[in-house]
Design a protein around this ligand. Structure first.
Ligand code: NDP
Length: 274
């Protein structure tokens, strides 16, 4: 019997998730149907209840429902609890629903496995202190960087986040003007790139052989990538994170790890031909 999955969000028309999961299913021979569902704000729990009651196996959850999905889940993984947000729901054998957050694993696997960049013992700067930054901190910490500094336009939010995660490692926080050192890896987790902007940053934050990663992706390099590349950094966008988080969801649901390289290559080609 075909198992049912879907991605839920608002807006949702441009989601690449059905493409990505369709490719994973074909590659691994899994009999699944993966749809997309537009849900009105305030209607997430009712939709999810109905979906699972009618035999649905799993959901991906995107903006603006990641917090609703966290409330909806009967049980959370450790990384979902740390993130305070859920992007993957799975129906368990006993009928309860597990909430997970695969964004951080997607980011780390893209950086480490696809790009071959090192996180261990490196000085890492995270720009932004919103949901995406929160979601990636635990998986980043698991890679044992030398330090993590969180810098955000609203300093109090960065400080709050640093305090929350500092039990496991030394995490510092500040604004976008003053930085404690140069960095080996800079991850832009701010949404500035979505409106084609970037925070005004001092050049001295770029360490030697610096790697600069923007979670935003698109046909063109983002303003942050252009800024960093013009100053000698190696850059990447967040398309690999998107495919990586999908692969981690697929693994949670199906117990199989798809090969992300072919679909990543295909999506990159399509984005560039747009
Ligand atoms: P949030 O709205 O929760 O947070 C936005 C963050 O960006 C805040 O820290 C905010 O600062 C900062 N910010 C926004 N505009 C500016 C600006 N002009 N200058 C400086 N800082 C700014 O968003 P999310 O954390 O959920 O998402 C962040 C980005 O990550 C989005 O672009 C999203 O598309 C991307 N993302 C990509 C994924 C992928 O798979 N590739 C997965 C998840 C997210 P302040 O606190 O001061 O408002």
């Amino acid at each position: 019997m075909t198992d049912n999955y879907a991605v839920v969000g608002n807006p949702i028309a441009h989601s690449l998730s059905p493409r990505i999961h369709g490719a994973f299913a074909a590659q691994t021979g899994q009999d699944i149907h993966y749809g997309r569902q537009l849900v009105e704000e305030g209607a997430f729990a009712a939709f999810a209840r109905g979906f699972f009651a009618s035999g649905g196996c799993g959901l991906n959850v995107t903006m603006p429902f990641k917090l609703d999905a966290c409330d909806f889940a009967d049980e959370l993984t450790e990384r979902a609890r740390a993130a305070g947000a859920v992007n993957t729901l799975k129906k368990l054998h006993d009928g309860r629903v597990l909430g997970d957050n695969t964004d951080g694993a997607g980011l780390v696997s893209d950086i480490r496995d696809n790009l071959g960049w090192v996180i261990r013992d490196r000085r890492v700067l995270v720009l932004g202190a919103g949901g995406a930054a929160r979601g990636v901190l635990l998986p980043l910490l698991a890679e044992t960087p030398e330090r993590i500094h969180i810098a955000n336009r609203t300093v109090a939010k960065a400080e709050w986040l640093a305090k929350e995660f500092s039990a496991d490692a030394e995490i510092t926080a500040g604004g976008l003007e003053e930085f404690p050192c140069a960095f080996d890896l800079i991850i832009n987790a701010s949404s500035a790139g979505l409106s084609n902007e970037m925070p005004h940053l001092p050049e001295k934050i770029l360490g030697e052989n610096c790697k600069a990663y923007d979670m935003v992706y698109g046909a063109e390099p983002t303003p942050f990538m252009c800024w960093a590349k013009a100053r000698g950094a190696t850059v990447a966008d967040g398309l690999g994170m998107l495919v990586g988080q999908a692969a981690e969801s697929f693994f949670l649901w199906r117990g199989l790890r798809p090969d992300v390289a072919p679909i990543l290559q295909q999506l990159r080609k399509e984005l560039q031909n747009k």
